[in-house]
Design a protein around this ligand. Structure first.
Ligand code: FES
Length: 167
């Protein structure tokens, strides 16, 4: 270990106190369970809204798995955010029934309207646009969710109407 590293605060991992507490609470909630990585990551995201990069080595060490494994899971599942979401999260279903009802056109409209792609957040931090794969609302495709509220048979026009009050 070089002198510089030896002088570093061992807890200086780039996490603030709140984030560190939430990550430790997530780890404690699943301690002793078999294969807890996914549950821990879900809980961290529920508590913080995303999984900070600085959480990866903390979780890896606590669960005795490699950083690469934790990073691999975070990046494999679209569900996990690697940066904070905007104030309003818009989730557009991309699964089969919604595809049959032209969700691609709705998605393109949403992207144009907000000026962002999927997995992106507007520069003002107002909106995050995310793909999801079946919201359980297939009979009313295409479906989307705004801040946890479900909508069906969404058209470009109704999309505009739904986000207008959020602007
Ligand atoms: S496929 Fe979109 S809600 Fe089921």
């Amino acid at each position: 270990m070089n002198a510089d590293r030896a002088l570093r605060d061992p807890h200086d991992d780039g996490l603030n106190d709140h984030a560190r507490e939430q990550i430790e609470a997530s780890l404690a909630a699943h301690a002793g369970r078999p294969g807890p990585l996914l549950q821990v990551l879900h809980e961290v995201q529920d508590r913080l809204g995303y999984v900070p990069a600085a959480a990866v080595p903390v979780i890896a060490e606590a669960l005795n798995v490699s950083r690469a494994e934790v990073h691999g899971v975070v990046t494999f599942y679209h569900h996990f955010r690697q940066s904070p979401a905007g104030r309003h999260v818009i989730q557009l279903c991309q699964a089969e029934a919604c595809r049959a009802m032209h969700c691609e056109q709705l998605t393109q409209h949403a992207q144009r309207k907000l000026g962002i792609g999927l997995h992106e957040t507007t520069a003002d931090g107002r909106y995050t646009l995310e793909p999801v794969y079946c919201l359980g609302n297939c009979a009313c495709s295409p479906a989307m969710m705004i801040d946890g509220r479900l909508y069906g048979r969404v058209t470009p026009e109704s999309f505009d109407d739904l986000i207008a009050p959020l602007s």
